[in-house]
Ligand binder design. Structure first.
Ligand SMILES: [Fe+2]
Ligand SMILES: [Fe+2]
Length: 353
């Protein structure tokens, strides 16, 4: 019988590494083993824990399958590799630099995850939920996720997370292309921060579930499902970034930037796995409403899933494409070949118009 209950300390434990991972002079989380292979942070217990919860769930819920998260169900990265390569070949790297800055900044919003309110789930679920991922959300899983994305500092020791790792990959590939002031202006232009403001996550969403169901549970599930969808579709971004940043004919760094992205990608797998496990556990259980009425976990997860999926592949994707197109057009302003580059860009893949 494998271990099903873990302490927060265990779920945040990286274990031993032979040497730190350094990216563009910055010490990152995780580290390298004796062979130089990357070890993701906080995975000594977290990874076997998630596997044990999955196995245990499938054993106790006959016929159940884990929520499916096939990457091919999600649209490809915008811009495509071909579109991006063309921009770099034609001496227009600025929008690619903006893209990498945008990705890093959004990863940094992960610091807000730790403020996720997890209600007393057992009080609103019929079946026992001990020894599950659900029971460990606020016992290390969300905190580990938050630290992985945004970085962490403890006792004066700073370890960079995904935000700064993306920035390091950008700075290696494009040789420190922007100052902090320029970064702020760029983020304001893309609508990621308000003018003069600091980056922050989107406002709290409105309720999607019936009023009988605890509002905190509704918001928690919305956050988990939206997060899972971001995590899944990000795998297209990794494929795009690794191919681009490993191309010595287009970027600097001799593949070092691509290696950093490869490390980030490895860290994302436990994020996908704990979220899909916890959501599967809830889907197969019964939720008790404020009135005492029982609600099917499957209907609850499905209701939110449909809304979030429509948003992610519809309005949110369209807004992201328009933002990045704005960056491409901005970078071409004043160039005599701007129209020509834009036409070639359109001929190579999807655009908004
Ligand atoms: Fe991340
Ligand atoms: Fe992640």
């Amino acid at each position: 019988m494998s271990q099903l209950t873990y302490s927060t300390t265990e779920l945040l434990d990286t274990g031993d590494v032979a040497e730190p991972l350094i990216a563009n002079g910055i010490v990152c989380h995780g580290g390298l083993d004796d062979d130089g292979s990357y070890i993701s942070p906080r995975t000594k217990y977290r990874v076997p824990a998630i596997a044990a919860w999955q196995t245990n769930h499938l054993k106790h819920f006959a016929g159940s399958e884990l929520i499916d998260v096939r990457i091919n169900d999600w649209p490809a990265n915008f811009p495509t590799l071909e579109q991006t390569r063309m921009l770099l070949r034609r001496g227009a790297p600025e929008s690619v630099i903006s893209s990498l800055t945008r990705i890093g900044t959004v990863e940094g919003f992960g610091s807000f995850l730790r403020f996720t309110e997890v209600p007393d789930l057992q009080s609103m679920i019929v079946e026992d939920m001990s020894g599950t991922a659900l029971a460990h959300l606020d016992k290390g899983l969300i905190e580990a996720h938050s630290r992985d994305e945004a970085g962490w500092e403890e006792d004066g020791v700073v370890e960079a997370g995904h935000r700064d790792m993306w920035f390091a990959a950008r700075d290696i590939a494009f040789e420190n292309p922007i100052t902090e002031d320029q970064t702020q202006i760029m983020l304001e232009r893309m609508g990621i921060v308000a003018p003069g403001g600091a980056p922050g996550p989107a406002a709290q969403p409105s309720r999607l579930l019936p009023d009988d169901i605890n509002a905190h549970l509704d918001l928690l599930l919305q956050r988990m499902i939206r997060l899972l969808m971001i995590e899944i579709s990000a795998f297209h971004t990794f494929t795009w970034a690794e191919a681009l940043l490993s191309d010595d004919s287009l970027v600097a760094g001799n593949g070092k930037a691509a290696f950093i992205v490869n490390c980030i990608r490895a860290d994302e797998t436990p994020h996908v796995e704990y979220l899909r496990t916890a959501l599967t556990e809830l889907r197969d259980r019964t939720v008790i409403g404020d009135s005492g009425k029982h609600h099917s976990g499957e209907e609850i997860v499905d209701t939110i899933w449909q809304v979030a999926r429509t948003e992610a592949t519809g309005v949110r994707r369209e807004a992201m494409i328009q933002t990045l197109e704005g960056e491409i057009r901005f970078s071409l302003e004043g160039r005599s070949d701007a129209d020509d580059i834009w036409e070639e860009f359109r001929s190579l893949g999807e655009t908004s118009s």
